[in-house]
Design a protein around this ligand. Structure first.
Ligand SMILES: Cc1cc2nc3c(=O)[nH]c(=O)nc-3n(C[C@H](O)[C@H](O)[C@H](O)COP(=O)(O)OP(=O)(O)OC[C@H]3O[C@@H](n4cnc5c(N)ncnc54)[C@H](O)[C@@H]3O)c2cc1C
Length: 491
């Protein structure tokens, strides 16, 4: 009999079949995949330093909306309970409710114990299992002995702070601490300067111009971001039968066009054919999605747009200026708001391989990415792990941070598409068809079954032929940027 005080001190390990750290979209998809390989009496322990499931959605700004139609942001093939039309872009609260629902569904398949408020500290892998050590905020320790460990750190997005400014006459806020629809922002009529032209910037400008028609809203867009045109990628109603290219086919097309050096050319094609850009001059692309209606609302309500980077707001001689990286200065009305929308993806984590040499630990994080989005990584890597194939299938891993920091930002999305296409081919050879049928994250699911089946047939027919090209592209990326991009084991 174990003394309960010993267990609470972490001296006596808790025992489970699978330990999953981080139940965001990646960790929950890992849980779904694991549940396919476990029986009802087997045990999964979920470790999470936040107090609930949902990952970044727990903390992100309150007016965030999903990029993709809600049904495509799910866990395995678990359908949403929401009574909205299929193109509805779920709110933060709806996303969090769906995550809870998914966890409930999975509780019916396998024994799940949550350890919220615990941080993963270390793991020690041996021939017969992994010993995981976690800590709580108040200094307690928890030891877990697991057959397999999945570290689903994913993008590990954390809250943004307001930008630091020298001026005492402006109000600098972060969307995570200031709901721009309420409070002092609503009470004031002062201009708003949105800093950052990515997804958060677009959400923020859209919210501001909708909530406060006629108010001055300016955008400092940096290099600007272009997006996938949602109306084209996800046509509504009967048009799904004949309009819009299947997203997988677009990614395959982009990956075929990209050779590791020609991102300028591929981007020009992509922007014209599939993209949308409110600034007209954007050069960044991180697979975000925007509709024509959102873009029209944004452009019709926006004041000035600066393709430049914010440096500071400074007071001088009774006036206040915004200072930009180019050296330009713009006069700003006292009392104006500066909203930090400069992005969340920082990638501070050190490199870890996507699978440990011993084969019991899988890590989902962007320094060893194997796909374009973490949900897919959690799903497929767990299937490989639980089938005993994680160390034998020679997936390519790509260091996103190395690429982004090493001057490869314009090539990023096309490199990631090449990576996803290459690895999907290997996964299709290694995993049974049911795994792919159960993957509800697949954007092609937007389209009717006959179109999807035709798409799958095309992929099957071309995947082997395209593989050599994708591999050469990824090898070129490795050499050109001097980054980690390749297999852990040689085929
Ligand atoms: C503003 C914003 C909007 C986005 N919108 C979309 C969208 O509409 N569609 C889309 O597909 N993608 C979107 N993304 C990308 C998005 O980040 C992912 O889709 C996804 O939700 C990330 O999930 P994740 O599981 O990878 O990471 P997270 O949600 O960050 O989950 C990782 C979890 O691991 C936990 N964790 C990490 N380290 C430890 C540790 N040591 N101990 C314990 N727990 C730990 C974290 O607390 C966290 O809960 C958006 C990103 C941002 C920033």
């Amino acid at each position: 009999m174990v003394d309960p005080s010993e267990r609470s001190q972490g001296a006596v390990p808790e025992v489970c079949d699978v330990c999953i750290v981080g139940p965001g979209i990646a960790g929950l998809n890992a849980l779904f995949a694991a549940s396919r390989h476990l029986t009802r009496d087997q045990r999964v322990i979920l470790v999470e330093r936040r107090e609930r499931v949902g990952g970044m959605w727990v903390d992100t700004y309150p007016y965030v909306r999903l990029h993709q139609p809600h049904g495509l942001f799910t866990v395995g093939n678990i359908p949403w309970q929401l009574d909205r039309n299929r193109s509805h872009l779920a709110t933060k609260a709806e996303v969090l409710d769906h995550f809870e629902h998914c966890l409930d569904v999975l509780r019916g398949r396998v024994r799940i114990d949550e350890r919220f408020g615990w941080s993963f500290e270390s793991a020690d892998e041996s021939a017969d299992g992994v010993e995981v050590v976690c800590s709580s905020g108040d200094g307690r320790r928890l030891t877990i002995r697991a057959t397999n460990l999945i570290k689903a750190f994913g993008l590990d997005v954390t809250r943004n702070a307001p930008l630091t400014v020298s001026s005492s006459r402006v109000r600098s806020v972060s969307p995570d601490g200031c709901d721009v629809r309420q409070g002092d922002m609503r009470a004031s009529t002062a201009p708003v300067w949105v800093i950052g032209g990515g997804k958060t910037g677009m959400d923020t400008v859209h919210t501001l111009v909708t909530e406060y028609p006629g108010r001055e809203v300016n955008l400092v867009a940096g290099s600007g971001t272009y997006f996938v045109r949602r109306d084209w990628a996800f046509p509504v109603g009967a048009r799904r039968w004949w309009r819009g290219p299947l997203p997988d086919a677009v990614a395959a097309d982009a990956a075929r066009r990209f050779d590791g050096t020609n991102e300028v050319e591929v981007a020009a094609w992509y922007r014209t054919t599939h993209g949308i850009d409110v600034t007209g001059a954007a050069s960044n692309f991180v697979l975000g999605v925007l509709s024509e209606a959102e873009s029209d609302t944004i452009t019709s309500g926006l004041g000035a747009v600066y393709m430049d980077h914010f440096v500071d707001a400074v007071d001088r001689d009774g006036a206040t200026d915004v200072v930009l990286r180019s050296g330009a200065r713009k006069a700003i009305e006292p009392g104006s708001w500066i909203v930090n929308c400069t992005g969340y993806v920082r990638i501070d984590a050190p490199y870890e391989p996507y699978v440990s040499p011993g084969g019991r630990v899988v890590t989902i994080q962007p320094r060893s990415a194997i796909m374009h989005l973490p949900g897919f990584m959690g799903y497929y890597l767990t299937h490989l792990l639980m089938s005993g194939k994680a160390t034998t299938v020679p997936l390519y891993e790509l260091d996103w941070k190395g690429l982004l920091d090493g001057g490869g930002k314009p090539a990023f999305s096309y490199a990631v598409m090449a990576l996803a296409m290459y690895n999907l081919g290997l996964l299709a050879d290694a995993l049974p068809g049911r795994v792919f049928r159960d993957c509800g994250l697949d954007f092609d699911r937007w389209y009717p079954a006959p179109r999807r089946l035709a798409g799958q047939a095309r992929f099957a027919a071309t995947s082997h032929r395209d593989r050599n090209h994708h591999r050469r592209t990824l090898d070129t990326i490795r050499g050109r940027f001097g980054i980690r991009c390749g297999p852990l084991v040689e085929a």
